[in-house]
Design a protein around this ligand. Structure first.
Ligand code: ADP
Ligand code: ASP
Ligand code: MG
Length: 454
């Protein structure tokens, strides 16, 4: 059972979590928690301030964070436990402040230190949730995720080393469950084989839960969040988005990858390998049955299941009039992406040019300089990928006409369809995302009872 930031965002939310876990006790749950809502952002802000030599800002933010955790603990725990817990939390905050002072003194922030600072969010929340469960008679035991989730050394987006991790999970977590206890772990964080703290990428607590669930062959993996399940699109963009009852692993992975933040894109991988169903559930509305993600979804009469959008995309255009068809040219291009360790999302080619999209990041100018040795390169940020997901899209005549017919006034920079059976993707200006998603959602989802391509 993984509880996200808003599900542990304040005392009331944590009290709800305690009751949800109580209801699952006969099923022998393991609990994975995120940092309290916004805390990871604040920790990263502290780290950046300290890295820029601004010690005062860093420590002021740390103090605010300390207050919030103390206040939440005060509300949740009785006086006796709070006194003990106060000093326990105090030790963590002293360490954090010490670390920030050190960063500020050196005036340099490395990815490794960034992870160390970021890890406090999950360390603190897991302590808080364990204490809250204990006061409410749940046999909770805190487990430091850095003792079980073993990763490589790619700080800020470390990859789990599954063999090591699974062995640790079996050694440290399984006996607790068998002994009738409820292990509580922080998501998002892990450690290298040498014990150095790492994080597995933003939003990674979902992935942590899947790693633990798969490692211990759980019956199911539950992702508890602040919406009723995976919806037909981001409910922040379309408040009338509808809940998807069942979706396949492939469809969910595609949506997660192209921006449906409700699920971290890596979450489904461990689940697929062990064929463990994943449920998305609402901690504010636990009676709702949520979304089940499983190997196969029943046939759906709507052609599209959902629309996702991913912002902060840069398009890189590479034009090489004489070179493109030359043997080995695309390889040379992709080698450059590989050297800079930048992943490509959407690709389109013509005879003389190739366009690719990447997540906007600071390495793009260096990559572009490298590519410029091969061809003419231009890049343009502030783009977004919009992705429609549904079954067998390749087989549906006129599917593109139905989508692009809605977008006759829109400048579409790239289109990709047919690479997978389930995805139709295009690239537009970032600021058009809400209007376009709303328009497509209205067209394809406003009346779900009516077959759209009848
Ligand atoms: P948590 O803190 O629980 O991990 P997140 O904020 O990471 O929660 O993810 C939940 C949010 O994902 C929702 O509040 C919603 O705004 C957003 N979201 C984006 N796309 C979708 C979608 N297709 N279905 C449901 N939620 C979505
Ligand atoms: N707390 C981490 C983040 O905000 C991980 C997570 O919430 O999944 O990115
Ligand atoms: Mg999340």
């Amino acid at each position: 059972m993984k509880f996200g930031g808003t599900s542990v965002g304040d005392a009331k939310a944590i009290a709800r979590v305690v009751e949800i876990v109580r209801g699952r006790l006969p099923q022998r749950p393991i609990v994975v928690v995120s940092a309290m809502a916004k805390v990871t952002d604040q920790l990263l802000q502290m780290a950046r301030a300290a890295g820029a030599g601004d010690r005062r800002t860093a420590l002021t933010l740390a103090r605010e964070c300390r207050e919030r955790h103390y206040n939440t603990a005060g509300e949740l725990l009785g006086t006796a436990l709070f006194t003990q817990f106060h000093s326990d939390l105090g030790t963590e905050f002293e360490e954090l402040e010490e670390l920030l002072r050190g960063i500020a003194a050196v005036g340099e922030l490395t990815p490794r230190t960034t992870d160390h600072v970021a890890s406090y969010g999950e360390v603190l929340s897991s302590k808080l949730v364990t204490a809250a469960m204990s006061t409410h008679d749940i046999p909770a035991v805190l487990l430091d995720s850095r003792d079980c989730i073993v990763t490589d050394e790619t700080f800020t987006r470390a990859a789990p080393l599954f063999d090591d991790t699974n062995a640790k999970l079996k050694e440290l977590v399984a006996p607790l469950v068998e002994g009738g206890q409820v292990p509580v772990m922080g998501g998002f964080i892990g450690a290298t084989r040498g014990g150095v703290t790492t994080t597995i990428g933003r939003g990674g607590s979902d992935f942590s839960a899947a790693i633990v669930g798969a490692g211990l062959s759980a019956d199911k993996i539950e992702i508890w969040t602040d919406v009723d399940g995976m919806m037909t699109t981001d409910p922040n963009i379309c408040p009338d988005a509808k809940r998807i009852k069942v979706i396949s692993f492939d469809e969910a992975a595609e949506l997660a990858y192209f921006g449906a933040k409700v699920l971290h894109p890596a979450t489904v991988l461990p689940a697929i390998q062990k064929n463990i169903p994943v449920y998305i559930l609402n901690s504010r509305n636990p009676a709702c049955e949520g979304t089940r993600i499983a190997a196969r979804a029943p046939h759906c009469k709507n052609f599209f299941k959902a629309i996702a959008a991913k912002k902060r995309i840069t398009i890189i255009d590479i034009a090489a009039p004489r070179m493109l068809l030359a043997h080995g040219f695309l390889k040379a291009i992709f080698d450059a992406f590989d050297r800079h360790r930048i992943a490509v999302d959407v690709v389109s080619t013509s005879e003389v040019s190739v366009s690719l999209t990447v997540d906007s990041n600071e390495q793009i100018p260096a990559l572009a300089a490298d590519l410029a040795k091969l061809a003419d390169v231009k890049y343009e940020g502030r783009k977004a990928i919009v992705c429609l997901v549904g079954e067998n899209l390749r087989e549906i005549p006129g599917i593109s006409a139905h989508v692009f017919g809605q977008l006759s006034d829109v400048k579409i920079r790239m289109i990709s369809q047919g690479a997978s059976e389930i995805n139709l993707t295009f690239v537009i200006d970032e600021d058009q995302v809400p209007a376009i998603v709303q328009r497509l959602h209205r067209r394809f989802f406003s009346d779900l009872d009516q077959a759209i391509f009848a």
